[in-house]
Design a protein around this ligand. Structure first.
Ligand code: TMP
Length: 248
């Protein structure tokens, strides 16, 4: 990986220049952070597992007509992706109350919401990703009203597909976070596509029978068995990972 020029380093991933213009290589680290990086740690093998889980979900979404940045997996920790202009808005989808929603509104964790709720947050570590309204997003030019329409329609389709996928493996999709980007297939065309990753780092996943948490809340809340939970999600999705490669 050191052969390539690094273009960006985030909390859980590094982006390198890709082999062709318009492509990037996304490298998944084992680093974990929570509460806007106030809590830091390492989850051994997380990068390997999230690379595979994100590949699995993005491939399924792509097959069902959702445009994504995923091109192909290159190796255990890297995938080739389309280069996009990330829009500075985190899109949070909530089916069941949990986390900051429960805290902010006093709704008990695990309460089914009357309908799916989509929240938007301004992507800024410095400001702690504050919740913003659609009006702010369009007024500030982070998304045009048309971008926002596309994002909302894609988000609800992604939620339907992922809810079904996880229900099929005995997992409740509580909530998750998406990021979208602008992709320029050529000079006068622009497409809104799904970017970043989809993994237990940015989804809340509870076992359907026991409600056991199988996601990053195990790290955030010091519940132990973090890597095991991520592995369990991979296993249920039918992803086989050589244990030796997880430790590599
Ligand atoms: P929250 O309840 O803490 O707002 O999180 C909602 C969902 O979004 C949860 O599945 C975790 C995910 N998430 C991220 O992926 N990154 C973040 O920075 C935050 C705050 C949440």
């Amino acid at each position: 990986m050191s052969r390539r020029r690094q273009v960006y380093e985030g909390k859980a991933k590094i982006l390198f220049e890709g082999p062709e213009p318009g492509t990037l290589v996304q490298y998944f680290k084992d680093d974990a952070t929570a509460f806007n990086a106030q809590k830091k740690g390492t989850i051994v093998g997380k990068g390997v597992i999230n690379n595979r889980i994100s590949e699995h979900i993005m491939t399924l979404l792509g097959d069902l007509g959702v445009p994504t940045h995923f091109i192909k997996r290159l190796n255990m920790r890297e995938q080739l992706i389309k280069q996009v202009e990330i829009m500075p808005v985190e899109v949070i989808v909530r089916n069941i109350a949990a986390g900051s929603f429960s805290k902010r509104l006093g709704v008990e964790e695990g309460t089914r919401l009357p309908r799916t709720i989509v929240e938007l947050c301004y992507k800024s570590d410095q400001l702690g990703d504050p919740l913003v309204g659609e009006d702010v997003v369009t007024a500030m030019g982070w998304m045009s009203p048309r971008d926002l329409d596309d994002v909302m329609a894609l988000t609800l389709r992604i939620n339907d597909i992922m809810t079904g996928l996880f229900a099929g493996i005995g997992v409740r999709l509580i909530d998750f976070k998406l990021e979208f980007g602008r992709f320029y297939p050529n000079e006068d065309e622009v497409q809104i596509i799904l970017a970043d990753e989809i993994s237990p780092d940015n989804c809340r996943l509870w076992d359907a029978k026991t409600n056991e948490k199988l996601d990053k809340d195990r790290f955030r809340r010091d519940l132990g068995g973090v890597a095991e939970a991520y592995q369990e999600i991979a296993r249920r999705l039918g992803i086989r990972i050589d244990p030796q490669q997880v430790e590599a």
